[in-house]
Design a protein around this ligand. Structure first.
Ligand SMILES: [Zn+2]
Length: 100
């Protein structure tokens, strides 16, 4: 996927979602070379092989590595993966706060 249409989608998703990875919630680098570790990629929540459309409602941005982890898994499983990561990050932040 490339071309101006794709770029504007990335830009619109960046504005909508705040420029963080859908899966790991780490920031992405929008000026990074395409497919480098922190570059944004388009992730289809309902994978294209499961008839997921390429509309913004079905798209989120995530790192290339996170995109590969999500791949064409069912949406319910993707959401579980995301919740697991968010919970881990939340627990880590609680520990950091408690240590202060
Ligand atoms: Zn990520």
């Amino acid at each position: 996927m490339s071309g101006p249409d794709n770029i504007s989608k990335v830009e619109r998703l960046r504005l909508r979602d705040g420029g963080r990875c859908w899966l790991c919630n780490e920031p992405m680098q929008f000026n990074a070379p395409p497919n480098s570790a922190k570059a944004p990629t388009l992730e289809h929540l309902v994978a294209q092989c499961h008839e997921g459309p390429s509309t913004l409602a079905n798209l989120v941005l995530c790192h290339p590595r996170c995109n590969r982890l999500l791949a064409d898994k069912p949406l319910a499983q993707k959401i579980k993966m995301r919740e697991k990561r968010r919970r881990k990050a939340w627990e880590a932040s609680l520990r950091t706060t408690a240590e202060r």
